[in-house]
Design a protein around this ligand. Structure first.
Ligand code: BT5
Length: 274
């Protein structure tokens, strides 16, 4: 059966100007991030071009951060990576996570009747039975060269679109799919096309030097909440109130002794839902 996300289906439907100009579809692969990085380091510095999208219907080695796994049954999700060649200063790498997260929330809200939010640093969540459930993860991998410039970045996105409830992966944090919450199946093609255009608009804005941080902050459910942060390099988990984000997307957490901590990476557990 031809996939609804085949090269001809997507190429004909795209509304973006440069993202997806080179669109590659594979029935299955190990990990779209790994394969795209392999193409980038293969030798020809101009290929694949800026804006290349590599999408698959199934990953046997789908990855999260810290080599955790990203699991999705075949043909149920959006699993893809975008190659970006920003040549921005390296500390702007976090802008890509911010603008991607914002674009994903906007695209979900446009293509479904759901309202979506962001959980620091890289989860897209929807509320179900008063609990935040993860529906999407972002895996951003950047390569910095001389003068601290970003040579390229591979932006990996996994969205649980039409995973039936009984096939949802077993995850430590609650997870769900858009179709489960919406109660109907969602067009993967429409969601992809809308999302790629939104990323393009927000990327072009960032490329002109406009920070995506305010839009990102507005969507973050983490701000103002009591949180527990683990895996941030500190021995014991840190507990406190998330007060905001720093210039490069770090989470600012004030502990119960009044001390402010700047969290660069780690996993955040929200202690309250709203
Ligand atoms: C992420 O990591 O959330 C980033 C996921 C990125 C996946 C995309 S798919 C296309 C591209 N190619 C790749 O190989 N990866 C990217 P992290 O925050 O570390 O979350 C990983 C954790 O999410 C796992 O340890 C599980 O607990 C949970 N998880 C796994 N599969 C899930 C799913 N389908 N839905 C929700 N949670 C999931």
């Amino acid at each position: 059966m031809v996939s609804d996300l085949s090269a001809s289906a997507v190429t004909n439907a795209l509304t973006s100007k440069w993202i997806g100009g080179n669109y590659q579809y594979l029935e299955s692969t190990g990990s779209t991030n790994d394969l795209l990085k392999k193409q980038v380091t293969a030798g020809d510095p101009a290929h694949p071009p800026h804006g290349t999208v590599l999408l698959t219907d199934y990953q046997s080695q789908g990855r999260g951060r810290l080599d955790r796994r990203w699991e999705a049954p075949s043909g149920t999700s959006l699993l893809f990576s975008i190659l970006l060649r920003p040549y921005w200063l390296g500390d702007r790498l976090s802008w890509l996570t911010m603008l991607a997260g914002t674009a994903i929330v906007e695209a979900i809200e446009t293509e479904t009747t759901l309202s979506a939010s962001l959980k620091w640093p890289n989860d897209v969540v929807v509320c179900r039975n008063e609990i935040w459930h993860k529906v999407c993860g972002i895996l951003l991998e950047g390569h910095i060269v001389a003068e601290q410039r970003l040579a390229y970045a591979v932006l990996g996105i996994g969205i649980n679109v039409n995973i039936p409830p009984e096939l949802l992966p077993n995850t430590a944090q609650p997870s769900t799919s858009l179709s489960t919450v919406a109660g109907r199946s969602i067009s993967r093609l429409n969601l992809l096309v809308t999302l790629l255009r939104r990323i393009e608009i927000l990327y072009d804005r960032a490329d002109r030097g406009i920070s995506p941080q305010d839009d990102w902050n507005r969507r973050l459910i983490t701000i103002g909440q009591r949180v527990e942060v683990s895996g941030s390099g500190q021995g014991t988990p840190l507990s406190g109130i998330a007060e905001g984000t720093g210039e490069w997307g770090q989470l600012l957490v004030r502990d119960d002794n009044g001390q402010l901590h700047t969290i660069v990476a780690g996993d955040v557990t929200l202690r309250r839902v709203n």
